[in-house]
Design a protein around this ligand. Sequence first.
Ligand code: FES
Ligand code: FES
Length: 193
Amino acid sequence: MSVNDISGPLDYPTEEIALSVNGEEVTAEVEPRHKLSDFLRDARGLRGVRVGCEHGVCGACTVLMDGRAVKSCLTYAVQADGADIETVEGLADDGALHPIQESFHEEHALQCGFCTSGFVMATKELLDSEPDPDRDDIEDGLADNICRCTGYQNIYDAVLRAADRMDGEADDEGAADDEEATGDGATETEADR
Ligand code: FES
Ligand code: FES
């Protein structure tokens, strides 16, 4: 094929990557130019990874890479080699929504929903590092995400509600662990011994 013949398929070099996507071990051949957002959407079918601006401004494509929120439109898939990637699809537990998702729903923190998965993942990073955020923490934590239609008040309220809910769940788990460790809550009586 001559250099001027562009009719045939172009053969780009690829690299193998191995990563975890929502807990699933994945290997794939990707071109070095491929963005992580395109890899997740097209190769993995994870359409909750939204692509809006494609230049790092809107935050719709936010995913967690080793627990840190990244713009997947600014990240090459090869950069995720060896990483642990979480997308919004990985949050629900056996069909039960994650507390952050529940809270966005209950606080009506979305309208069209295009931005929502990015906000949810940014919220997860925030609450994983700061379980009891104040308003400034929330504004800072979500500063890289843009919503064009909801207005931010409901989103901030949803984050506070999620923090309360996750704190309550942590307390419940702690109490259950204490009961298990101390034997409190067991029904054994003196007569049983
Ligand atoms: S699509 Fe990635 S920041 Fe907008
Ligand atoms: S809900 Fe429409 S852009 Fe945020």
